[in-house]
Design a protein around this ligand. Structure first.
Ligand SMILES: *Cc1c(COP(=O)(O)O)cnc(C)c1O
Length: 465
């Protein structure tokens, strides 16, 4: 393809993108295809001869689009949103054209220097102290794995990487029973083992880790000769938004010398609004904090912001410097590949620069505030209906509900019927052993009318005979 042809097709793709977004409300949110529908339209083997882009684009529309669940749909109220604000999409387009590999400072100084500055903009936006430094990871899962590896190596005095884990003391890591599955997986991958992840009981409306149970678990482990290595807290866990009492968790971590990590993958974005920061009072006492700008903030996937109080502990855990990765003559630069598990790194800071400059922090705050206000208003509307009950109260824009007296099977059937209808998209979760329906709002372009549609869809489908 010539670059003139590239320009022609890129303009077509840009127009396609604008039309897609302008008419997206006409599409069902969740893909309505059956299993195998897409696969059977794809050729069994790769073609020997090339095809022109016009034909490929037509096949994209015909074959691919029906099998897409529209994550950028304003009525996507499932999981957590994975946003792609148009300004950040443009930045990603430019990055995919330049396609730099940003593992070292010298492999693109602009990427490293912008990453340092953008992480500092985010730090200021969240109200964290200047003692934190940041790195962009591909996902919250990777940030958590990096933190767990740091917990392991720090407590083993960096012997684990060299000697392996065989014959080392039994390490223990603590978290609540509400944490995301990425915590469990980090424990598996780090070789610590599921049995050594101690899940502390949660209490209260915010379902926080019981600090007395946490203390007791640590004491019992010490008594038995096991080594407490770290604690992982959550602000806005995935199920119903559980928030740990960070002051009490940090106090325990400090008292026992544990490395502390905070998973605020979703709710972290809301901390750009000072009025929501009460949910994470004490965050500034944690060694490591992760939140995903690709969720609520609007940076295109993927972009996980990872803040560290002492990046040297992470660097000591992950850095490895063979001759071919040395930057001679510039020894004091940051090589961010030493702060993350993969060596290769995309230029992710550019989309943060476009995003924060174009909307401004106040523009981003307004969106978050609207989502929270509209979501809580919908919760109140549903609460006022005789045939619905609110199971967990809103934490930011996340709450759970069910039809009164519905069995777990009936609740699941309602979720499925709503998603087959296509106007909105919701998911289910378990709260206190009961199946409930989960509602959360955070799509970048959603409007108040989308919440009216949600109310109409939920009540209408639930009342259908
Ligand atoms: C989404 C989410 C994660 C996982 O994020 P990835 O970036 O997909 O790895 C972890 N923890 C919480 C609380 C989340 O909401």
């Amino acid at each position: 393809m010539s670059w003139d042809d590239f320009a022609k097709h890129a303009k077509e793709a840009a127009n396609w993108g604008a039309d897609y977004h302008k008419t997206i409300r006409d599409r069902p949110v969740r893909a309505q295809t059956a299993q195998g529908d897409i696969a059977k339209q794809l050729a069994d083997s790769p073609p020997e001869d090339g095809t022109n882009l016009t034909a490929i684009m037509a096949d994209f529309e015909r074959i691919v689009m029906p099998g897409i669940t529209h994550w950028q749909h304003p009525r996507f109220f499932a999981y957590f949103n994975s946003n792609a604000a148009p300004a950040s999409v443009l930045a990603e387009f430019l990055v995919s054209i330049i396609a730099p590999q940003c593992m070292l400072w010298q492999t693109s100084p602009a990427a490293t220097e912008m990453e340092t500055r953008m992480m500092d903009w985010l730090r200021q936006g969240l109200g964290l102290p200047g003692t934190y430094q940041g790195v962009i990871q591909d996902s919250a899962s990777s940030a958590t794995l990096a933190a767990v590896l740091t917990m392991r190596e720090r407590v083993l005095e960096f012997r684990g990487n060299i000697e392996g884990l065989h014959g080392q003391p039994q390490l223990r890591i603590y978290c609540s029973d509400q944490v995301h599955s990425s915590i469990d997986r980090a424990i598996w991958v780090a070789g610590i083992g599921q049995d050594n992840l101690v899940k502390v009981r949660t209490t209260g409306d915010l379902r926080h880790m019981d600090p007395i149970d946490l203390e007791a678990a640590i004491a019992e482990d010490r008594q038995a000769g096991r080594i407490p290595a770290g604690v992982i807290a959550a602000t806005g866990a995935t199920g119903m938004g559980a928030c740990d009492d960070l002051e009490s968790v940090a106090a325990v971590a400090e008292e026992h010398g544990l490395y502390s990590h905070l998973d605020a993958a979703w709710a972290g974005t809301a901390m750009i609004c000072p009025e929501f920061r009460a949910l994470w009072t004490g965050a500034d006492r944690f060694d490591s904090i992760v939140f995903n700008p690709h969720k609520w903030l609007g940076a295109q996937f993927d972009c996980a912001a990872h803040f560290l109080r002492d990046p040297d502990q992470l660097r000591q855990t992950l850095a490895i410097r063979p001759e071919y990765l040395k930057t001679h003559g510039a020894e004091d630069v940051i090589d961010y590949s030493e702060w993350s598990i993969p060596l290769g790194r995309r230029f992710r800071a550019l989309k943060l620069w476009f995003l924060m400059r174009h909307y401004g922090m106040e523009g981003l705050r307004t969106r978050i505030r609207n989502h929270v206000t509209w979501s809580q208003a919908l919760c109140d509307r549903l609460r006022a209906e005789d045939d619905f009950e609110i199971v967990t109260e809103p934490i930011l824009s996340l709450w759970t509900f069910k039809a009164k007296n519905a069995s777990d099977e009936q609740t699941q059937a309602l979720v499925d019927k709503i998603n087959d209808d296509g106007r909105i998209y919701l998911t289910q979760t378990i709260v206190d052993g009961r199946k409930v329906i989960r509602f959360q709002a955070g799509q970048f372009d959603c409007e108040e009318r989308d919440f009216d549609t949600a109310f109409e869809t939920i009540t209408e489908i639930a009342r259908r005979p």
